[in-house]
Design a protein around this ligand. Structure first.
Ligand code: ARG
Length: 298
């Protein structure tokens, strides 16, 4: 397995300073010492599995910067930057963009007025992009991304505000397998998932509330906040090892293991990275003003 590269941001300035999802309550702040302890434990597990953790400098006034999953989406050498729904998170974008420019990515933004929250809402399972919309990203932006990347995109409407990002209710494990919480989708979404993922592992309502779908997958290991004995058995029966590590301080902001990570080299479940050097489709005719970086095509 290739060495996974994961972008993470230490919770130095993390806290519950506003309420933009049903989990957040400014009267129930996160404990700074416990947050740091839990975050470091996650880092240690990932490093032990052979991942390289690339650190993003924390920034005062951007408490949710720890949730690097929302930076954008990578596809080969292209980084499509998020456009956050809420003003309070928009200050994160220049920091993520700068980071990906420095790392040699071509950084592009969506047209104005489209909302998109990155790997929180857009996850590859095989060659197909599964795209959540409604609470944060919108259907139009997901469609735009599919066209920009030249990949098949399956839009999935999220129906429960507690599962406002796709990564809170759906987690690809490999190109054929995923875990999901059916209650976060409508009938149509459930039928799309059933038709397009060979092996779907169901998470029950009481497991979903402890963010069991919000898992980081490194090879055959699944890392999550909490796992029921039932779900653990199911994952093991499918060939996975499960590592639970408490992330209760981050659940206060509506995030958990997966939200705290961004896979710079592409998720294990994304099969595009195994393709021979694939060229992206040509850029849109009218380059965006805020396209920060466009090195000549090689
Ligand atoms: N408080 C953050 C927000 O509401 C949590 C983000 C969680 N990230 C994720 N990928 N689900 O935006």
């Amino acid at each position: 397995m290739k060495n996974p590269r994961i972008l993470m941001c230490s919770p130095d300035f993390y806290g519950i300073e506003y309420e933009i999802n049903p989990w957040m309550n400014t009267r129930v702040d996160a404990d700074p010492a416990r947050s740091l302890f839990q975050w470091r434990a996650l880092v240690a597990i990932l490093e032990n599995l052979g991942a390289t953790i690339e650190r993003l400098e924390p920034a005062r006034g951007l408490p949710d910067l720890v949730f690097t999953a929302n930076a954008g989406i990578v596809y080969h050498n292209l980084f499509l930057s998020s456009r956050f729904r809420f003003e309070v998170r928009r200050g994160e974008t220049p920091l993520f963009d700068r980071r990906f420019v420095d790392a040699g990515f071509r950084v592009e933004s969506l047209p104005e007025g489209m909302f998109f929250e990155g790997a929180g809402d857009a996850l590859f399972c095989g060659e197909t992009l599964f795209a959540g919309y409604r609470f944060r990203s919108d259907a139009l932006s997901q469609q735009w991304i599919g066209e920009r990347l030249g990949v098949e995109t399956l839009p999935l409407e999220l129906v429960d505000p507690r599962y406002y990002h796709l990564d809170t209710c759906f987690c690809p494990l490999s190109s054929e397998q995923a875990i999901y919480y059916p209650g976060a989708f409508d009938d149509y979404g459930r039928s799309v998932l059933a038709a397009r993922v060979d092996r779907l592992i169901e998470v029950h309502a009481d497991e979903a509330v402890s963010f069991s779908c919000n898992a980081v997958v490194v090879g055959r290991t699944v890392i999550l906040n909490d796992v029921s004995p039932r779900l653990k058995r199911d994952l093991e029966a499918n060939g996975y090892t499960v590592r639970a590590t408490p992330l209760s301080e981050f659940i206060k902001a509506g995030g958990s293991a997966k939200c705290l990570t961004f896979r710079i080299d592409g998720e294990d479940a994304a099969s595009w990275k195994r393709e021979a050097i694939r060229r992206l489709p040509p850029r849109p005719a009218d380059p965006r003003k805020n396209d920060l970086h466009s090195p000549p095509e090689s």
